[in-house]
Design a protein around this ligand. Structure first.
Ligand code: FAD
Length: 389
């Protein structure tokens, strides 16, 4: 009898999962539920070119293969609950779907600060709609306050400067991009922001705001006036629709190395939502919000489903050991990292200088767990081969 795969989340990881199943001969039914109303698009440009270059949706939408049309894409429909024991998922249109295999690909959403009420002036960047709204709001000379010193906060700050806005960047730690990159690269990037005219404030605890977020009060008592406030203070997994009785939903969906969710026989999680162990480093399950991990986990989960559904022979599969990789564009810099810098206990300069910044090696004990640099792609790729050895 024909098997049914239900995928919740129609973005990068969901799309790649469908492609992998179809390309490798899965002949059952595939239903994709996406709470967005458009076919999958690429998120990284949303904080970069999409804001500055007037990019349109068509330019960032993924090219879809003709075979994809044979999957049943239900756009604008979200999953609201699941019953893992009965293998059913309930959708926002009131329907209930049985599944043989369920794939949770619902990603993350921005972590909100405690000022939901100020929505008129407060922006986030996760979806196309978020980015369109922010792009409309930023005008030359406007005062933009970005809260959060991570990659998205840095990218939005650089984009807002490119659009001619006055930018204040409030960073909760002592340097930008901490603990992601370590102090050498972080210092270089912070200097570049300052050179571009961004007012970078470090060690800023999350500020108080007045009712319409037009006045932001810092811990020092200083008031900053804002036309636009962008929150970029991390993310929360979209897992509320999943069955918390049987699954471990502590920070995403806990999975084994095959991406099958702990506590289930037929539920898988992929992309930003999946918390899985990577034996390249250790057996600690982690969520990794990188584009390449969405692609790799989709491929691995598809392989699992192809085997358990009998589409492919159940041979022993090697451990899933994807090398995380990440990039960020800020000004003329392309920041790139391979591995997991955040698990390092020691950071060393490995080589030379590119735009005044060396390639950095991140070690845990004797193991090189990551390398990172600015604009040194080819050398970094060479070093990345040593990561996890
Ligand atoms: C602004 C921005 C810039 C980025 N830049 C970079 C970068 O430079 N480099 C890099 O490596 N990575 C970057 N990333 C991260 C990368 O885009 C993500 O890792 C990737 O999108 C993860 O894909 P995903 O499919 O797991 O999740 P998502 O892309 O988040 O997709 C999840 C989908 O599920 C939907 N959904 C949620 N709940 C439900 C529900 N209950 N029912 C139905 N649908 C649901 C969501 O609306 C969404 O469409 C960036 C992300 C953002 C937001």
């Amino acid at each position: 009898m024909s098997k049914r795969v239900v995928v919740v989340g129609g973005s990068l990881s969901g799309l790649r999962l469908v492609e992998n199943l179809q390309l490798k001969g899965f002949e059952g039914q595939i239903v994709v539920c996406s709470d967005e109303v458009v076919m999958p698009y690429n998120r990284p440009p949303l904080s970069k070119d999409f804001l500055t270059a007037g990019t349109e949706l068509a330019n960032i939408q993924f090219k879809t293969r003709p075979t994809l049309s044979s999957a049943d894409w239900r756009l604008g429909v979200s999953a609201v609950s699941t019953d893992v024991a009965r293998s059913t998922v309930t959708l926002s249109d009131g329907s209930e779907l049985d599944f043989d295999y369920l794939v949770a690909a619902s990603g993350v959403r921005p972590r909100p600060l405690a000022w939901e009420r100020n929505v008129g002036r407060v922006y986030r960047v996760r979806t196309l709609t978020d980015a369109e709204r922010l792009r409309e709001a930023i005008r030359p000379g406007f005062r933009v306050v970005v809260i959060g010193g991570g990659f998205i906060g840095g990218e939005v700050s650089a984009s807002a400067r490119a659009l001619g806005a006055e930018v204040t960047l409030l960073c909760p730690s002592a340097q930008l991009l901490q603990p992601a990159l370590g102090s050498v690269l972080a210092q270089k990037i912070m200097e570049r922001h300052e050179e571009a005219g961004v007012d970078v404030r470090v060690n800023e605890r999350l500020p108080e705001v007045n009712a319409d977020a037009a006045r932001i009060e810092l811990a020092s008592g200083e008031i900053i006036e804002a036309d636009v406030v962008v929150e970029a203070v991390g993310s929360l997994p979209n897992h509320e629709w999943l069955d918390s009785e049987l699954l471990d939903l502590t920070d995403g969906v806990l999975c084994g190395n095959s991406l099958r969710a702990a506590g289930s026989e037929n539920v898988y999680a992929i992309g930003d939502l999946a918390r899985f162990p990577n034996p390249m480093f250790d057996d600690v399950p982690r969520r990794i919000e990188h584009w390449n991990i969405a692609v790799e986990t989709a491929r691995r989960a598809a392989q699992s489903i192809l085997q358990v559904s009998g589409t492919q022979p159940s041979e022993t599969v090697a451990d899933f050991t994807p090398l995380p990789s990440f990039w960020s564009n800020q000004y003329e810099y392309r920041i790139q990292a391979y591995g997991l810098p955040r698990i390092a206990d020691r950071i060393e300069s490995l080589e030379g200088e590119m735009r005044g910044a060396p390639i950095m090696g991140y070690y845990r004990g004797d193991q090189l767990v990551a390398v990172a640099g600015l604009d040194n792609g080819p050398q970094l790729i060479e070093y990345s081969r040593e990561v996890g050895k």
